[in-house]
Each structure stands twice: as structure tokens, then as C-alpha cells.
Design a protein. Structure first.
Length: 498
């Protein structure tokens, strides 16, 4: 009994000593109050590469914060206008307009106060925070016209001033569209040795550009997506979510077998896994997949029909008999730019909303070639023509910016007459407009090589230049003269990478 008691007593003394020490420490902490310094626990864009679709970031704090002190002390360099919203310890900053591409940004927060410290009259501030993110490079794509690049898809990084040819010499690219992440391109092309313009097959090619995944695949990997053995592939459109391809096809042996087909846009290039299906509806003309990627707008009969991609397409979701063509949809699908063809051969451009509003924007004696909504502002950019000679039917192309709130029109650029083949593309951040100027051969020889490039009107292309026009809000553009800049590139059909 004596031995056991002697053995236990030292342990008891140690335990009692530790308890007394911990009690003293706890007491000191209670007397001093809460001294944990507030800090930023998470920044959702930290070291991330963002695009135009990324419109807000979140800061999560370790403690409740005094809201005004955070909002007053948050700094973004270069500045990005935005709005604050709060949910407990989480602060969300939503950008007013997309962040300009090709830019590195720094986010700093210091001097913000702890909410409880402020209530207790203490001046306890947040641990200084510095975060960083960047936007995607400014990258364009085009079909080359010089000897080495002729008919090939070319990528040019404006930010890094680097060029990359994506497709091989044995393919003549005819049209292309980028997947939403910019990592791949869907394109139609014919063999360089094949003169048949209707022999185009669909392919994908990697760009070598890092998208949302952050993984940079090698550029120039080409995969066949859809062949042209039994059907001619005339036109195609890629859904905004990059999951579905809609193709206008015609049976090679039966001209009456003509219509729209759709298929999944496979990511592994396995053509046998992606089988196109017929869209059971009446044949139509120009078409465009809707922003929700669930339907297709097609010129059909005397109007424009909205057909579901899944289900019975013979029963349109909507039909607009007064309009013959859908030129563009806004990103959220709430608005569309539609063309009305008049009996006096003029054309009207209308803004049509999902609330039933139909607002006439302009009338032209020429053509409405293309339109694009700016996601950064309520502006519609359109490439139009005006008839300048009825006898020879010469059209003058020009670019106009339309303020959708006021209806104000601002002509931005007038191009040389009779250049109907000009094409334009609006950058994802709304800060630049690309367009081409094709120079046709005046006296083409009767025997042309099979790899000859031609416009949509069948003119043989001698060469073509690319131009970049910086853009400003309409109000600012009225006082500042903007001039386009010719790029040191020879090509046509320019497009911005998302």
C-alpha cells in the first residue's frame, strides 16, 4: 500500500500542475479578450486565369468584418469597376464589365476592421492580404492566304505576338468555330487535292491554349468528327456550351433529302462514337443554336422557327412569321437581333425580347450581313451594306454600333464599295473588333489549282488583310476618333478566341 501510494503521488502532482497552468492561461486569454487577427481565408480567383464569362470573385474571411471598412480598403490594380454583396463572412465582388484580356491583376486588402473589435471600440485591423489573377491572352484565329499558310487555320496570340499554324497543308479550311474554353476548334475542310467545295468534312484541332482546365494540350492535334461519305456537310453551328453540333446536310444521291442533323461534340475525336441524328422538321435556311444550347433558330418558310433539339422538332417552340432571319442572340438569350425582309427589297433590323417587345432598330436598302451583342454594354454591333448604285447593284459596307436603350446609332467604319465578303468579330471583353478586307483576283486564269481559295460568292481570293479596331462606349466614341489598325497578317474570316 505504501509503495503504490508513493508511485501515484508524483503523477498526481504533475497533473494538478498542468491543470493549474492551463487555468491561468485560459484566465489570461479571457481577461485580454479575443485577440485572433482577422484574415482572408479564401480568394476564389487566386492565381487563376479568367475569361469574359467569369464575372465575380469571392473573399471569405476568418471572422465577421466591418463591411464599410472592407469595401473602402479593397484595391484592384488595374482598377475593375464592380458591386459588393455580402453573405455572413463571404464578400462577393461582381464586375460591371468583363475584365480586359491580356492583363495581370493584383487584389489588395489592408486596414479593414474586425466587426466585433469595432463594436468594442478597439482598432484591430485585418492581416494584410495580396492576391493575384490574370485574364486570358488576346488571341485571334483566321484562314491564311499567303503561300505557307494558304487555306490553313492560323492562331495568332496578340498578347505574346506569337503565331501558330494549326492545320496541315493537305486540308483547305472553309469555316470554323471555337469551343467555349478555347482549347479546341471545330472546323470544316476539304482535301487540298479535291476541287469539290461540297466535300467538306468536320474536324477538331487543339489550339495549345490553356483554358479553364489549366491543362495546356499541344496545339495542332487534328481529329475527324464527321465524314462526307453519304451526305454533304453544308453548314454547321456549335452550341454555346460546346456539347452539340448542328449540321445542315444533303444526301449525295437524293437532292430532296436535305435538312438539319445534330450530334454530340465528342472530346476524344472518336468519330464512331458520335452518330448524327436527323432533326425531324421541315427543311430550312440559315440557322443558329440558341444560347441555352437546347434549341435551334432556323429560317423556315415565311418566318423564323425555334425548334427543340430533343423531342418532336415538327412542333416549333415558337414561330415568328414576320421575321425571316435571326442574326444574333444575346448571351443570356433574353434578346435577339432579327431581320425582316420587305416587299420593296429593303431590310429592317429588329430587337426582339423574350418579353414580347419588338423594336425596330434600322432600315437599309442593302444587306444586314452580321450582328453581335456586346456582353459588356447594351450595344449591338452590326455589319451592314447600303445600296449606292441600283443600276450596277453596288453595295457600300459599313459597321455601326447601336445603343439598345436609346436607339442611338454610331457609324464606326465605312469600307470600300462592293466588298460583301467582309466579315467581323467582336472580342469577348468587348474592347476590339476584327474585320478582313479580301482582294479578289481581277482576271483569274481559267485553270485554277485545286487549293485555290474562294469567297462565299465564288470569287477567287488573291490576298486579304486583317484589321483591328479598338472600341469605346458609344458616348465616348462620339468625342474620340477611333481608327482601325492593320495587322501584319495575311488572311480572312477572322475570329476572336473566347
Amino acid at each position: 500500500m505504501t509503495k503504490s501510494k508513493a508511485f501515484i503521488e508524483p503523477l498526481d502532482r504533475i497533473a494538478i500542475g498542468l491543470m493549474l497552468l492551463l487555468s491561468v492561461l485560459i484566465g489570461l486569454i479571457i481577461l485580454q479578450g479575443d485577440v485572433v487577427t482577422a484574415r482572408v481565408r479564401d480568394f476564389t480567383w487566386q492565381n487563376q486565369q479568367i475569361g469574359a464569362e467569369d464575372n465575380s470573385f469571392t473573399l471569405t474571411f476568418s471572422r465577421p468584418m466591418e463591411i464599410k471598412s472592407v469595401e473602402d480598403n479593397l484595391k484592384i490594380e488595374p482598377p475593375l469597376a464592380g458591386k459588393f454583396s455580402w453573405a455572413g463572412r463571404r464578400m462577393v465582388y461582381t464586375l460591371v464589365t468583363p475584365a480586359p484580356y491580356g492583363t495581370n491583376y493584383k487584389v489588395q486588402l489592408q486596414g479593414a476592421k474586425d466587426k466585433f473589435a469595432e463594436e468594442e471600440g478597439k482598432n484591430r485591423v485585418i492581416q494584410p492580404f495580396i492576391g493575384s489573377f490574370r485574364t486570358r491572352d488576346r488571341v485571334i484565329l483566321y484562314i491564311g492566304t499567303n503561300q505557307e499558310e494558304q487555306g490553313r487555320l492560323v492562331l495568332y496570340n496578340l498578347t505574346q505576338e506569337q503565331k501558330r499554324i494549326l492545320t496541315p497543308k493537305d486540308l483547305i479550311v472553309m469555316d470554323f468555330e471555337s469551343f467555349p474554353d478555347g482549347e479546341k476548334i471545330l472546323f470544316s475542310a476539304r482535301a487540298a487535292k479535291n476541287e469539290d467545295l461540297l466535300s467538306a468534312q468536320l474536324y477538331t484541332v487543339t489550339t495549345g491554349v490553356s483554358g479553364k482546365s489549366g491543362q495546356q494540350a499541344p496545339g495542332g492535334k487534328v481529329d475527324l468528327t464527321l465524314d462526307s461519305k453519304d451526305y454533304q456537310n453544308l453548314k454547321f453551328d456549335l452550341s454555346p456550351d460546346g456539347q452539340t453540333i448542328v449540321i445542315q446536310r444533303g444526301n449525295k444521291t437524293n437532292p430532296g433529302d436535305f435538312g438539319l442533323w445534330f450530334m454530340p461534340a465528342t472530346s476524344d475525336g472518336s468519330a464512331e462514337k458520335a452518330t448524327p441524328k436527323r432533326l425531324k422538321s421541315q427543311p430550312g435556311g440559315d440557322f443558329m443554336v440558341t444560347p441555352d444550347s437546347k434549341a435551334v433558330a432556323v429560317a423556315q418558310g415565311q418566318g423564323a422557327a425555334i425548334l427543340p433539339l430533343q423531342g418532336d422538332a415538327s412542333k416549333p417552340l415558337d414561330f415568328l412569321p414576320q421575321f425571316g432571319l435571326v442574326q444574333a442572340f444575346s448571351k443570356d438569350g433574353s434578346q435577339a437581333a432579327m431581320v425582316k425582309f420587305n416587299t420593296d427589297y429593303t431590310r429592317d433590323l429588329f430587337l426582339v425580347t423574350n418579353q414580347g417587345v419588338q423594336k425596330q432598330l434600322l432600315k437599309t436598302t442593302g444587306s444586314i450581313l452580321s450582328c453581335q451583342f456586346d456582353i459588356a454594354s447594351p450595344t449591338l454591333y452590326c455589319l451592314l451594306t447600303q445600296l449606292v448604285s441600283k443600276e450596277q447593284y453596288i453595295e457600300q459596307p459599313y459597321v455601326v454600333a447601336i445603343d439598345l436603350k436609346t436607339g442611338q446609332q454610331k457609324p464606326l467604319l465605312v469600307l470600300p464599295p462592293d466588298q460583301r465578303n467582309v466579315q467581323m468579330s467582336l472580342s469577348a471583353d468587348g474592347l476590339g473588333l476584327l474585320f478582313d478586307q479580301v482582294v479578289p483576283q481581277t482576271n483569274p486564269t481559267t485553270s485554277l489549282p485545286t487549293n485555290t481559295l474562294k469567297t462565299d460568292d465564288g470569287d477567287v481570293i488573291a490576298t486579304s488583310s486583317l484589321w483591328l479596331m479598338p472600341l469605346l462606349p458609344i458616348a465616348d466614341a462620339a468625342t474620340v476618333e477611333i481608327r482601325p489598325e492593320q495587322l501584319p497578317l495575311a488572311g480572312f474570316h477572322p475570329r476572336w478566341l473566347p
